[in-house]
Design a protein around this ligand. Structure first.
Ligand code: CUA
Length: 333
């Protein structure tokens, strides 16, 4: 394994009140938080000041005027203007935070490397498109968009990297995604941010952001046995998929070559895009969506395939039937 660069060796891990701003979203997120806090404080302080002032002014025995007949103050104009002003302030905050959320948790707006993350009690497993695998660690190049596909093998966990300002629930039975672009090489803490059992607090890891050269060195030092698609191809045979999904099979099952990304007609007349979610459901919940013209014969592989194996199979199916296998890296175990 290549020697780690100095900024990794010397990095100090640990809790900080204000985590480093190490991703492309960090500054904007902090600015939003600052704006929210400032506005909240302004309202809190002005109301508190008024309360204290009037408590003092109308204390027992003070000479402040107390007319018998209450004078009429204010009016529509005053009420409308301060209602509209606060409405505008909160609408601006709403639009700003929603747009930030959608940008952070939607699809990356630049080409991204997809890394699969599987959470289980109590560890993080990460799977790179190159075939590299890690436990409680994630090495990424700085300045590149990284898309995470997250799933849990048991209970709900939450993938949280404060320095990147991302926190995403990791659910059993469902792919969640998040993405980030790390901007500063260094070592950053990864936490599980959702109570998930006795050793929840130990479910920690570190994200190592490397400069491009160091990342290339790291990658060459990793012992990679097989790419995700190669593992999937092996599994496709050993799990018995070829028994039905091949040209020679006696059972008539849909052919899977070139399936990924296509529109699939279903028996109930609707259609579905063959994406990761569809492929996963077809293996684990085969009765959910029956392909038009086929019998519901496929057995469920629920409990027979691990999440890592499902992701390998998906990586294999993505390349099945196209010639550009090498050009389309995809993260899976
Ligand atoms: Cu996993 Cu808390």
């Amino acid at each position: 394994m290549a020697a780690e660069p100095a900024y990794v060796q010397d990095a100090e891990e640990g809790l900080r009140l204000f985590p480093a701003q190490a991703s492309s979203f960090a500054r904007e997120m902090d600015l939003l938080l600052l704006a929210l806090t400032a506005i909240t404080l302004l309202v809190l302080l002005s109301i508190t000041a008024l309360i204290l002032y009037y408590v003092w002014r109308y204390r027992e025995g003070s000479t402040a005027p107390r007319p018998e007949k209450r004078p009429r103050i204010g009016g529509y104009r005053l009420e409308l203007s301060w209602s509209l002003a606060t409405l505008m302030i909160f609408l601006v905050l709403f639009v700003w935070s929603t747009s930030l959320y959608l940008r952070m948790y939607g699809e990356p707006d630049m080409p991204a490397m997809t890394i699969n993350v599987i959470a289980k009690q109590w560890m993080w497993k990460t799977y790179h498109p190159s075939g590299a695998r890690e436990i409680n660690e994630l090495h990424v190049p700085s300045g590149e968009a990284i898309k995470l596909r997250l799933i849990s093998q048991d209970v709900i966990h939450s993938f949280s990297v404060p320095a990147f300002r991302i926190k995403r629930d990791v659910l059993p039975g469902r792919y969640n995604t998040a993405w980030f672009k790390a901007v500063t090489p260094g070592v950053y803490s990864l936490f599980c941010a959702e109570y998930c059992g006795t050793e929840h607090s130990h479910m920690r890891g570190r994200v190592v952001v490397l400069a491009a050269d160091d990342y290339a060195d790291w990658l060459t030092g990793e012992a990679i046995e097989a790419t995700p698609a190669e593992r999937g191809r092996e599994l496709f045979r050993s799990a018995g998929c070829t028994g039905c999904h091949s040209d020679q099979a006696a059972v008539r099952a849909p052919t899977l070559g070139g399936l990924y990304g296509r529109t699939v007609p279903l028996a109930d007349g609707s259609t579905v895009i063959a994406d990761e979610v569809y492929l996963r459901d077809s293996m684990l919940l085969p009765r959910k969506q029956i392909v038009a013209g086929y019998q519901p014969l496929m057995p469920s592989y629920e409990g027979r395939l691990t999440e890592a194996e499902v992701l390998s199979l998906i990586a294999y199916l993505k390349h099945l039937g196209d010639d550009t296998e090498a050009d389309r890296p995809e993260g899976a175990p």
